[in-house]
Design a protein around this ligand. Structure first.
Ligand SMILES: *[C@@H]1O[C@H](CO)[C@@H](O)[C@H](O)[C@H]1NC(C)=O
Ligand SMILES: *[C@@H]1O[C@H](CO)[C@@H](O)[C@H](O)[C@H]1NC(C)=O
Ligand SMILES: *[C@@H]1O[C@H](CO)[C@@H](O)[C@H](O)[C@H]1NC(C)=O
Ligand SMILES: *[C@@H]1O[C@H](CO)[C@@H](O)[C@H](O)[C@H]1NC(C)=O
Ligand SMILES: *[C@@H]1O[C@H](CO)[C@@H](O)[C@H](O)[C@H]1NC(C)=O
Ligand SMILES: *[C@@H]1O[C@H](CO)[C@@H](O)[C@H](O)[C@H]1NC(C)=O
Length: 601
C-alpha cells in the first residue's frame, strides 16, 4: 500500500463547502438479510474499537480496460501480448476527479484530514482508520460483535449501511461492513497422514502409462512427488533458464507461514539441486513470518514446496498478507478486515515488477462475499491480467457445495432470506478474469470427488467459454439440477491437476496432503515453465490464460472423462469428453503446450 498525498482539491477548499451534503438524505447503500449460516450477533461493538475502512470508488473506464484485456490475451488478435503498463492500467482504473473531490469533502465533514486518508496507487481505493462510533455516524448504522458458532472467532460487522444520497454513485462499497466471508485455505486434511503409504506392493522400477502415453513410475499412483508431476505432465526434460526475468508468485493468508527448514528438507529429498536456494518474502498489511516449527503452515508449505520445487531455478516470491480476522477488543486491533484480497491487490498493483505467474489456494462460498466486493476484487484481477500476469486459483474442495452426496447440509442454502437449497459456487474461482484449477486423482486420472465446480451467480458467462459451456449444458438431460445452479453464470474450473497424496515435509515429517490446494500451485508451475520457454524465445509472457486455453490451449490438455463432484445431496456434475464443471478442460501436457505457445506470436 502506498501513501499518496496528491489530492485534486486542496483540503481547505474541500472543507469550505459542505453544501453538497446539506439536507441530503442518508439512503441504504448495501444490506444483507442477516449474517450467514453459523454467525450470530453477540454484543454491541465497543465505540472506541478501531476499524480500517476501505472505500472503493467507481472505475468509469473499466469497460475500456476489459476490452484491452480481451484483445491482448487472445492469441488470434493482432494485439496479442501488447500488455499495458502500470501507468496505463492505473489511468483506466482511476475514479472520476469529481468523485475524489466529493468523497474528500464528505471525509472532511467528519473531521478526517488529508493526512488521515490513504489512497491506492490508482486512487480507486481510499482507506481510513476510524473508531466504531465515528463509522456508525458516517454510515448511519450500528456495528455489532458477531461470533462464529463453530470456531468461536469474533468479528465487528453490520448488516446494513447508508450513505448520503449524493454519494451513492461516487462510492461502490465500504468494507468491513456487511462482509462475513471467511477465506479458507483449500488444503483438505481429509487424507492427512503422517506416514507415506508403504510402496511394498510396487516392484522397484515398475512403470505404468501416464496421460501423455509415456511410462511413469508406478509409485506415482499412490504418492505424488515433484518427479511424478514432471513425468505425468510430460516435462521430464525441460529445464527453466530465464531466471533473470521470469518469476513465480505464491500467496499466503491467514497466518500461513512457509517453514524454511521444511522447504530445505523437501528440496533435499525431492530436488537436491534446489537445496540451499532461497525465495523472496514480501510482507503485506503486517503479514508475519514466524519460523517456529509449531507455526509452520501446511498450506504455505505445500504451495512453496511444490510450486517453487517444480519451477526451480525460476525465482520464487511468497506473499504473506496480514489481516487477522479475529476481534480482540483489548488490543483494539485495527486490522480486523478479513477481506485480504484488496490488500494484496493494492500492493501488487502498485509494483512495477510483478511475477508473471501467481497461484492462490484460498477462497470462500461466493454468496458470503458481498456482490460489490466480489466485482471490485475481480476487476483488480482483470487489471493484473491486462499487465500480463497469469492468475491461477484453486477451485475449492467441496464438490458442487458441501461435498456430501446425501443428505445436503445447512451450508447448501441461499442466505438471501429464501433459505432454499442451492449449489455453492466459490469466489475468487468464479471471477471470469482468473484461471481456476480443479483436482484429479490416480493414473489414469479421474476427477477428485471434492473438486469444486459449477456456475457463478455474480458473473455472467464470458464469451471465451460460450461454446465449451453450451456444449456441456446441451449434454445434460433436460431438467438436471433445475433451480440448483445458474446456467448463465461464469462456469468453473477451467483446468485441473493432481490433487491427492502430495508428499510434503511438514514440521520435519513427511506427510501426505490433498485438496485443490495441490492442483493450483502445480498448474501454475507448468504455466511458469511455459513463460520461461516464451521469454527465452523473445516472446511475451502468456498473461491471462483463458482466451488461449478455450481457443487452442485445450488441445494440449489431457481430457478427464471419469468421476464427478458430489455435494448438496446430489452426485454433482460428471467429468465428460471436452470441458466439464469438475475438471474443466483437464490436465497439462507440457511438451504439447510448449509447442503451441512457441508457435504463437
Ligand atoms: C491406480 O490406482 C487406482 C486406485 O487404486 C486403480 O484403480 C488403478 O487401476 C491404478 N492404476 C494402474 C495403472 O494400476
Ligand atoms: C496492521 O497493519 C499495519 C499495516 O497496515 C501494520 O503496520 C501493523 O503491524 C498491523 N498490526 C497488526 C496487529 O497486525
Ligand atoms: C511463533 O509461533 C509460535 C507457535 O505458534 C508461538 O508460540 C510464538 O509466540 C510465535 N512467535 C511470534 C513472534 O509471534
Ligand atoms: C433454514 O431452514 C432450516 C430447515 O430446513 C432451518 O433449520 C433454518 O433455521 C432456516 N434458516 C433460516 C435463516 O430461516
Ligand atoms: C444468474 O446469473 C446471472 C449472471 O449470469 C445473474 O445476473 C443472475 O442474478 C443470477 N441469478 C441468480 C438467481 O443468482
Ligand atoms: C452422470 O453419469 C451418470 C452415469 O452415466 C448418469 O446416471 C448421471 O445422470 C450423470 N449426471 C449428470 C449430472 O449428468
Amino acid at each position: 500500500m502506498k501513501l499518496v498525498t496528491l489530492l485534486v482539491l486542496p483540503f481547505a477548499a474541500a472543507l469550505a463547502s459542505t453544501a453538497p451534503f446539506k439536507g441530503c438524505q442518508q439512503k441504504v447503500k448495501e444490506s444483507i438479510h442477516g449474517p450467514p449460516h453459523r454467525w450470530y450477533k453477540h454484543a454491541p461493538a465497543p465505540k472506541h474499537h478501531m476499524l480500517e475502512l476501505k472505500i472503493a470508488l467507481p472505475q468509469p473506464k473499466f469497460p475500456e480496460l476489459e476490452q484491452h484485456l480481451w484483445e491482448i490475451s487472445d492469441p488470434s488478435h493482432a494485439r496479442y501480448g501488447a500488455y499495458l503498463s502500470k501507468q496505463e492500467t492505473e489511468a483506466l482504473m482511476a475514479p472520476h476527479p469529481e468523485t475524489l473531490d466529493i468523497v474528500n469533502e464528505w471525509l472532511a465533514l467528519h473531521g478526517l484530514a488529508e493526512e488521515d486518508v490513504i489512497h491506492s496507487s490508482a486512487r480507486d481505493w481510499v482507506t481510513i482508520r476510524v473508531p466504531v462510533g465515528l463509522a456508525e455516524e458516517m454510515l448511519d448504522t450500528t456495528y455489532h460483535v458477531y461470533k462464529h458458532a463453530e470456531t468461536g472467532e469474533s468479528i465487528v460487522r453490520t448488516t446494513s449501511y447508508s450513505l448520503p444520497d449524493i454519494l451513492h454513485h461516487h462510492i461502490d462499497l465500504i468494507q468491513p461492513t456487511t462482509m462475513f466471508a471467511r477465506f479458507k485455505a483449500f488444503k483438505s486434511t481429509m487424507h492427512w497422514t503422517n506416514q507415506a503409504q508403504p510402496a511394498v506392493s510396487i516392484p522397484p522400477g515398475a512403470t505404468i502409462t501416464g496421460p501423455a502415453g509415456n511410462p511413469v513410475d508406478a509409485s506415482c499412483n499412490s504418492t505424488i512427488t515433484l518427479s511424478c508431476l514432471r513425468q505425468l505432465y510430460n516435462a521430464e526434460n525441460y529445464k527453466t533458464t530465464a531466471t533473470n526475468c521470469n518469476k513465480l508468485g505464491l500467496t499466503g493468508y491467514l497466518d500461513q507461514y512457509v517453514n524454511n527448514k521444511d522447504l530445505q528438507q523437501f528440496y533435499q529429498a525431492q530436488n537436491p539441486s534446489a537445496y540451499g536456494s532461497d525465495y523472496t518474502l514480501v510482507s503485506i498489511n503486517g503479514g508475519k513470518n514466524n519460523q517456529s516449527y509449531a507455526a509452520a503452515g501446511s498450506e504455505a508449505n505445500l504451495d512453496t514446496q511444490f510450486g517453487f520445487g517444480l519451477a526451480w531455478p525460476t525465482p520464487g516470491t511468497f506473499y504473506t498478507t496480514g489481516g487477522e480476522p479475529h476481534f480482540i477488543p483489548d488490543l483494539m486491533t485495527p486490522n480486523n478486515t478479513n477481506e485480504p484480497y484488496s490488500y494484496w491487490l493494492d500492493h501488487v498493483l502498485s509494483q512495477d515488477d510483478i511475477p508473471q505467474t501467481i497461484s492462490t489456494s484460498y477462497g470462500d462460498d461466493e454468496q458470503t462475499v458481498p456482490y460489490t466486493y466480489a466485482i471490485r476484487v475481480c476487476a483488480g484481477m482483470a487489471s493484473l491480467g491486462a499487465r500480463g500476469v497469469s492468475l491461477l486459483f484453486s477451485s475449492g474442495d467441496h464438490g458442487v457445495g458441501d461435498g456430501r452426496a446425501n443428505p445436503a447440509s445447512q451450508r447448501c442454502k441461499t442466505n438471501d432470506g429464501r433459505n432454499i437449497t442451492t449449489f455453492l459456487p466459490m469466489f475468487p474461482a468464479s471471477c471470469p478474469y482468473v484461471t481456476t484449477v480443479g483436482g484429479t486423482v490416480n493414473i489414469p486420472e479421474t476427477a477428485a470427488s471434492f473438486s469444486s465446480g459449477g456456475f457463478s451467480n455474480y458473473f455472467a458467462r464470458p464469451a471465451y467459454q460460450e461454446a465449451a459451456v453450451s456444449a456441456y449444458l446441451a449434454m445434460l438431460a433436460p431438467g438436471t439440477f433445475e433451480g440448483l445452479y445458474n446456467s448463465t453464470g461464469r462456469a468453473f474450473p477451467d483446468v485441473a491437476a493432481q490433487s491427492e497424496s502430495f508428499s510434503i515435509i511438514y514440521q520435519g515429517q513427511e506427510s501426505l496432503i490433498a485438496g485443490t490446494s495441490c492442483s493450483s500451485p502445480t498448474f501454475a508451475a507448468f504455466v511458469s515453465m511455459l513463460n520461461d520457454a516464451r521469454i527465452n524465445a523473445q516472446k511475451t509472457p502468456l498473461g491471462f490464460l483463458n482466451p488461449f486455453l478455450y481457443s487452442i490451449g485445450y488441445t494440449a490438455l489431457n481430457d478427464i472423462t471419469d468421476g464427478n463432484n458430489p455435494g448438496c445431496g446430489t452426485l454433482g456434475f460428471n467429468a465428460t469428453v471436452g470441458w466439464d464443471p469438475v475438471t474443466g478442460y483437464g490436465t497439462p501436457n507440457f511438451e504439447k503446450l510448449k509447442d503451441l505457445v512457441l508457435a504463437m506470436p
